[in-house]
Design a protein around this ligand. Structure first.
Ligand code: GCV
Length: 842
């Protein structure tokens, strides 16, 4: 699944009387939603009277960026190069400037409502008798945001000359975090290597950083923490700071402040102290001096992100101190410079006693941070993951978000799809984030949505917002899957305006990324908008969450990996029932961390929504849901429906052939075909596991019943040997066949159906430690061959590496011999699971 370059987006023609834009030159996917394709046809006429001049009132770096962006993008869309001027001319113009600079030339100019620090006003007005398109803002950064909005409107072919639109962001902090390591790897990154670091240094060529900063600024992001929260102390080395300054200089042009994640033990590891006790005076002095040194290199440095006492990271608990003690020491060093200290509330014990029915990882953040409310300095922000566990496909909102009245909070969302398909499965996360942002925490029985806590509105905090863990990489499409960039786009849009609907965001992103062809916009945005629920339905319905291999990749199925260990992601399934009892009455008491009305809802089995039922309650498999189905039948049905809906992406995408760039079309098609196959791996693993554990059969007779399937271990084998797969549910029948003969092995069977056209699915294991080859023959005729050379996240056979090759259009006759030859490579043993044959008359 290699991502091709996006060459010209094809335009097919005329739909509803409109010709859609067709760029003549090859484009780069680096531009993502900022591609600004040429505007052709009737839409172009809308811009015939666009002024020829852009007047920029000021010369700060950010204004210069705004001017450059406008000129570059108008040239790209209209083929015209605007003339840049510094003063109003005696002609129509596009005017960019702060309110102060515009008022200096037009004193009567005034927006109807306050724009705040980062808002902007787009307005078409006469200035000195000439028609002007004005982008005005309080600050230069606001002007830049206004320019991007104006350009986005043009790219979507909107009318500009009746413009009168003011926008201001919902929350002041709109940051992204990158989990980049200094060696160039990215923790939970699926889009290639770091754009910032390589071999322990900042990259010499920062072109991709520049492109990234442009993308981030275009969606209103104003801060970026560039290294892994599992921080390497050497990021603070004296000789590293000038290197960081190079990155900060690139971001500065785009109005983005750079921050870094720091390890709390740095003063000891790199600073020569014998302690990192937050209350030690030497320690306090060390941070003061280190922070001063940073600001000498980076005057607008954003601050620090801290992960401490979490998953093995050092923290204040070493010295019996609290997170507030640790946070405040660093915050005080940052404060005189305007820096912020983000302290992550992802603090929990990963050696929990799983045998204790009262222990519960979900409780940890609230238990630790709520008692400290009011003890954090005012430039500390508590960075809270949206759910109490860890970016699962569905979790309830973290109760800590409503529980810190006297502290600044920011909500952490994960753009990189760690638990949601790792950019190999389509999963549009704004659909989930929107539900989270709108969730009513009912403080004091009033309507108090999550978005109003995180923006700081509810408790009148001056700071607050959203932090998205992005983890883009050097991959041409940034995140590894061309459609995954909708998540980064959607994050920025929701951070700016949480009242936008997922549908509106998906449509906007599609228009900007693929053009305005209605068939393309409707198809892609519909695929996106449905994809989170589809992914949930075949990986973790009913609030089951972590059914993936939580001890390894967090990718494929691994139903039992979360049980009976200290990580606390238990779903407590046994032969009688499933779910975590988190009630106050009989469970862990987690429910009691919510406000009384919310707690009342989750405490009650009847009032808890089905989609979160098993997060809050342990129930028998025969428990009847609000839908009228039993829990067990719902688990079966949702996995089957989910896998079917995932398969349906393929024809949906195929309907766009000829409407999007051919290479991109093929790349996405390959990914969707893979996803359809892997959704079946998930479906079968989870439903067979629950069937075996519960002993309750599927009322629709699908689970463990595969009439079209020929198990590899049941074929006639030459040199292949049968192996058990662990865990058993990750292979059909629990077994596979592997080849250790370097010359290859053969598995043969006879087709026993009627004569006709068929497609053949060969399910095999593609590990990342070898490139086996496969050849498929019908009789003596070679009908397909391929190399298993993808890079799935596993060296073993199992749910991560199980994949499917679909061979279409085979004319089979009864008695035909089908032969698969597997040739192993290195550690990969050309392992086969099964073959399925489906009639396919088309
Ligand atoms: C950066 C999860 C991830 C870790 C990540 C951690 C965190 O546990 O699996 O890779 O560490 O969250 O958010 O700190």
């Amino acid at each position: 699944m290699k991502t091709p370059k996006l060459s010209a987006l094809l335009c097919v023609g005329v739909l509803s009387g409109t010709v859609y834009a067709c760029p003549l030159t090859a484009e780069s996917t680096h531009d993502a939603w900022l591609r600004y394709a040429p505007i052709e046809g009737p839409a172009r006429a809308k811009y015939a009277s666009l002024p020829a001049v852009v007047v920029v009132l000021g010369d700060s770096p950010v204004l210069t960026t705004a001017q450059g962006e406008l000129i570059r993008s108008v040239r790209s869309m209209l083929g015209r190069t605007l003339r840049a001027e510094k003063n109003l001319q005696r002609e129509n113009a596009i005017v960019l400037g702060t309110l102060a600079s515009i008022r200096a030339v037009a004193p009567e100019f005034s927006p109807r409502s306050p724009l705040g620090e980062e808002g902007f006003w787009l307005t078409a007005q006469d200035l000195h008798g000439f028609q002007c398109l004005i982008v005005a803002a309080t600050t230069e950064r606001g002007v830049l945001y206004g320019v991007f909005t104006l350009l986005g409107k043009m790219a979507q072919n909107a009318d500009l000359f009746s413009l009168n639109e003011a926008q201001r962001p919902y929350a002041p902090l709109r940051w992204v975090d990158q989990w980049d390591n200094l060696d160039g790897g990215i923790e939970r990154g699926y889009g290639g290597r770091s754009i910032f670091f390589e071999d322990g240094k900042v990259r010499a060529d920062l072109t991709r950083v520049h492109e990234y900063a442009r993308l981030l600024a275009s969606i209103g992001i104003n801060g970026c923490a560039i290294n892994n929260v599992n921080a390497n102390p050497h990021v603070l080395d004296d000789n590293f700071l000038p290197q960081l300054a190079r990155i900060a200089a690139v971001f500065r042009e785009w109005g983005i402040r750079v921050a870094i994640s720091v390890d709390l033990s740095s003063p000891k590891v790199i600073g020569g102290l014998d302690t990192f006790d937050p209350l030690d005076p030497h320690l306090i002095q060390w941070w003061l001096e280190k922070v001063d040194e940073i600001y000498r290199h980076i005057p607008d440095f954003g601050g620090f992100v801290v992960k401490a006492d979490s998953e093995g990271r050092p923290g204040p608990s070493t010295y019996g101190r609290t997170p507030a003690d640790a946070a405040n020491v660093m915050a005080r060093a940052l404060k005189p410079h305007g820096g912020i200290l983000f302290y992550r509330a992802f603090v929990y014990d990963h050696h929990l006693n799983w045998q204790d029915p009262k222990s519960d990882r979900a409780r940890a953040a609230y238990d630790i941070f709520h008692p400290l409310d009011g003890k954090f300095d005012d430039n500390v922000v508590i960075q809270i993951k949206h759910g109490p566990i860890d970016f699962q496909v569905r979790e309830p909102v973290s109760p800590l978000i409503g529980g810190l009245q006297h502290s600044n909070v920011a909500m952490e969302l994960q753009i990189t799809q760690e638990y949601t398909g790792q950019q190999r499965h389509l999963c549009f996360l704004p659909s989930m984030w929107k539900e989270v942002l709108d969730f009513d925490l009912q403080l004091n029985r009033n309507r108090t949505a999550v978005k109003d806590f995180v923006s700081g509105k509810v408790f009148r905090r001056s700071m607050g917002g959203l932090v998205g863990v992005a983890n883009v990489g050097m991959d041409a499409s940034w995140l590894g899957h061309p459609l995954a960039m909708a998540n980064l786009y959607g994050f920025g849009r929701l951070a700016w305006n949480p009242d936008l609907s997922p549908k509106a965001i998906a449509e906007e992103w599609t228009r900007l990324t693929f053009g305005n062809d209605p068939a393309v916009v409707n198809t892609i945005s519909e695929m996106q908008v449905n994809s989170w629920r589809i992914y949930e339905s075949y990986t973790g319905p009913l609030g089951l969450q972590a059914l993936t291999d939580i001890l390894g990749s967090h990718y494929g199925p691994g139903v039992e990996s979360s049980e009976r260990n200290g990580w606390g992601q238990w779903h407590r399934a046994d032969h009688e029932g499933v779910g975590m009892d988190r009630t106050v009455a009989t469970g862990t008491g987690y429910v009691g961390q919510y406000s009384p009305p919310v707690a009342k809802m989750f405490e009650s089995l009847d009032a808890t929504p089905d989609e979160l039922l098993l997060f809050f309650h342990h129930v028998p498999y025969a428990h009847v849901l609000k839908s009228g189905k039993t829990v067990i039948q719902d688990i079966y049905d949702s996995h089957y429906e989910g896998a079917e809906r995932a398969a349906d992406y393929v024809p949906q995408w195929k309907s766009l052939k000829g409407r999007v760039d051919e290479q991109l079309y093929l790349d996405v098609l390959t990914r969707l075909e893979y996803q359809a196959g892997h959704a079946i791996v998930w479906r079968d693993a989870v439903s067979n596991w629950f069937f075996q554990t519960s002993g309750i059969p599927d009322a629709k007779h699908r689970v463990a019943n595969y009439p079209d399937r020929i198990e590899a271990e049941g074929m006639q084998l030459q040199a292949y040997s049968i192996v058990d797969v662990v865990p058993w549910e990750n292979a059909s029948g629990g077994k596979a066949i592997e080849c250790i003969q370097s010359l290859g092995c053969t598995a043969t069977f006879r087709f026993s159906g009627d004569a006709g056209w068929y497609e053949l699915d060969v399910v095999y294991f593609d590990q990342n430690n070898g490139e086996s080859r496969f050849r498929v023959f019908v009789g003596d005729q070679l009908v397909d061959e391929w190399t298993a050379n993808d890079t799935f996240p596993s060296k073993k056979i199992g749910g991560d590496s199980s994949t499917r090759r679909r061979i279409r259009g085979l004319a089979l006759r009864p008695g035909d011999q089908i032969r698969i030859v597997g040739i192993p490579d290195k550690e990969e043993r050309a392992t086969l699971d099964y073959v399925e044959i489906h009639s396919s008359p088309e």
